[in-house]
Design a protein around this ligand. Structure first.
Ligand code: SF4
Ligand code: SF4
Length: 139
């Protein structure tokens, strides 16, 4: 089971087709609408959090492509404020990828952005709230 936030862009020709409905019906995917800017007969945009089996998710994305919908993952850009970090280690204990890790013996918490998956678990785990997430896509 996977869950991804995706930006979907619809053209003037596809804005009113039941494409998202079919994603649910044919590929057994669930979605939450995070944002929607839909304009009659104009290019439109939806930001969805889509979850389901990985193979079905891939098939669903191929379906979008075949219907002229441009899609792109919405990526969380994680930043850690080094000046305000107290190196308590709370974020490293929840980080599933090891992007946040405790460097021993200094006991500094380091952040390797290359390992970050953007799951945002660390944002809520940080007591002084010095980790922030901003969302961006390339489309
Ligand atoms: S967003 Fe997730 S993977 Fe990235 S540093 Fe935070 S907990 Fe680790
Ligand atoms: S939880 Fe926050 S304060 Fe603690 S080590 Fe991580 S970033 Fe620093």
């Amino acid at each position: 089971m996977i869950k991804k936030r995706m930006v979907l862009r619809f053209s003037k020709k596809t804005w009113n087709q039941p494409i998202v409905y079919r994603l649910v019906k044919e590929f057994d995917l669930a979605f939450n609408i995070l944002k929607a800017s839909v304009f009659p007969k104009e290019a439109s945009l939806m930001v969805l959090e889509i979850s389901g089996e990985e193979a079905e998710f891939d098939r669903g994305m191929a379906y979008l492509e075949s219907h002229g919908v441009i899609y792109e993952p919405l990526e969380a850009n994680i930043k850690k404020d080094e000046d305000r970090c107290v190196h308590c280690g709370a974020c490293a204990s929840v980080c599933p990828t090891g992007a946040l890790a405790i460097q021993r013996p200094e006991m500094y918490v380091t952040f390797d952005t290359g390992k970050c998956s953007g799951c945002e678990l660390c944002v809520k785990a940080c007591p002084p709230r010095v980790i922030t997430a901003t969302l961006s896509s390339r489309v």
